[in-house]
Design a protein around this ligand. Structure first.
Ligand code: MN
Length: 435
């Protein structure tokens, strides 16, 4: 087992001279990157610290990052150039930012109050130009639960599942940052009794709780990523809500897999938590039987101990002033296929990987009741609706429902960090008069 690669940026005693609340997702040990704008700033790279955003362009232009990174890659409107720069640059930049923000460190930013703004002033954008988006299916519990629901008479796990990190190509154009409203999709659905399908708004709109990672430097056509070098190719992670219309999905998915039941929208959290920030939370994954083929062999620890939760609030709950209801709590630690295995596999046929490509984990579900990452599992395909605090029942999402995904990493001896939120509210379907 290889040791954790820790340095002074992970020191739990390190504190910032910017005030950070104890429960904040963004202490100085995190330093996630995102793209923000304000009334007087064009979209640009920022770093979250407490409830403030450090304007990376402003401090790069002032020359404070010249020793660690090329100015141009820090002054763009997306993170792709930084993602392409590779791990030595990412680590040097993290070290420099930590030093600029820590008590007792470099003092260069102390007389630059304009280099910061508050979360309240900022609008968050997509962190990268996402060329390709792949969604995996890497939770054993989720694959088993869904197999049971979609194919009740067969073996829930298909014979390839324990050999291949199963995935499909999603639609990058409809990935949206947290807070973007989600329009209920229309599509073809067919009930088992009916002879023909109808085209109508989905009645089984669902969520999928996932974590995605952004690719780093990438590969040329024909090149592969060996398992022992895959760490250099993963920049950082975000929360992903892979909204899913189960009625459209169940009618269309055979034989080629998910299509319009998934491609209408995917929400991600706006702050990319770097793999270097996640390093203290690296843990060994579950034992894999049968042992994967040699190219997929793990270099443990390859999983991450990340506690996840899903909150739901309905329009009526918000009107009555009810707090959102936590409908699921689970962990990323026991995912069967690791992010490293997913990327190694995705590149194993020589397909080009580009900086900023997004790879989502697939729904993260645990074995215990209340630990599943989708409503179809939590309610057993709608048979056992959830009861909300104001007495409403939920089998699938209703218009006005707002879903928030949260993630937090905790480990004895380290400062806790979090991901912020991936949130979206369901809007009524576009008129289906063209059906
Ligand atoms: Mn998914």
């Amino acid at each position: 087992m290889s040791a954790l690669e820790l340095d002074e940026t992970h020191d739990p005693e390190r504190v910032s001279w910017i005030e950070v609340a104890p429960e904040s997702d963004f202490p100085i040990q995190n330093l996630p990157f995102g793209i923000f704008s304000t009334e007087r700033r064009d979209p640009r790279i920022g770093v979250a610290i407490g409830d403030r955003i450090l304007d990376l362009r402003a401090i790069a232009e002032a020359g404070h990052l010249d020793e660690v990174a090329d100015r141009a890659m820090l002054c763009g409107e997306r993170l792709n150039e930084l993602m392409a720069a590779g791990r030595p640059v990412w680590r040097a930049l993290r070290g420099r930012l930590s030093d600029l923000l820590r008590v007792g460190g470099a003092r260069a930013l102390r007389d630059m109050p304009d280099a910061f703004c508050s979360f309240g002033e900022a609008r968050m954008h997509l962190p990268a130009r996402i060329g390709d988006y792949i969604d995996f299916y890497s939770s054993l519990e989720h694959a088993t639960n869904l197999g049971r629901l979609f194919r009740p008479t067969g073996d829930p796990l298909l014979p390839n599942w324990r050999w291949i990190p199963i995935g499909y190509h999603g639609r990058s154009a409809t990935i949206v940052p947290s807070g973007t409203p989600i329009r209920r999709p229309c599509g073809q659905r067919k009930s088992p009794e009916a002879e023909a399908p109808v085209f109508a708004p989905s009645r089984r709109l669902d969520i999928e709780l996932e974590i995605g990672f952004f690719a780093g430097p990438g590969t040329a056509l024909g090149e592969r990523i060996p398992g022992e070098r895959v760490r250099e190719h993963i920049f950082g992670s975000v929360l992903v809500n892979d909204w899913s219309a189960r009625d459209i999905q169940s009618w269309e998915y055979q034989p080629l897999g998910p299509f319009l039941g998934k491609s209408f929208a995917t929400t991600i959290s706006p702050w990319v938590v770097t793999m270097d920030a996640l390093e203290p939370f690296r843990v060994a994954g579950p034992v894999q039987i049968p042992a994967p083929l040699p190219y997929l062999q793990r270099h443990d620890p390859e999983n991450f101990s990340i506690a996840l939760s899903v909150r739901l609030s309905s329009a009526s709950m918000r009107e009555r002033g009810c707090d959102p209801s936590t409908i699921s709590r689970t962990s990323f630690a026991s995912m069967y296929w690791s992010q490293a295995q997913q990327l190694t596999h995705a590149a194993s046929n020589g397909a080009t990987i580009r900086p900023g490509d997004l790879f989502a984990s697939g729904t993260i579900s645990g074995a215990l009741p209340g630990s599943q990452g989708s409503l179809i599992e939590l309610t057993e395909n709608g048979a056992h609706p959830l009861e909300l605090p104001d007495g409403e029942k939920r089998a699938f999402l209703e218009d006005g429902d707002e879903v928030t995904l949260l993630a937090r990493c905790e480990r004895e001896g380290f400062r806790s960090i979090g991901f912020g939120a991936a949130q979206g509210r369901v809007m009524p379907a576009e008129s289906d008069r063209f059906a």
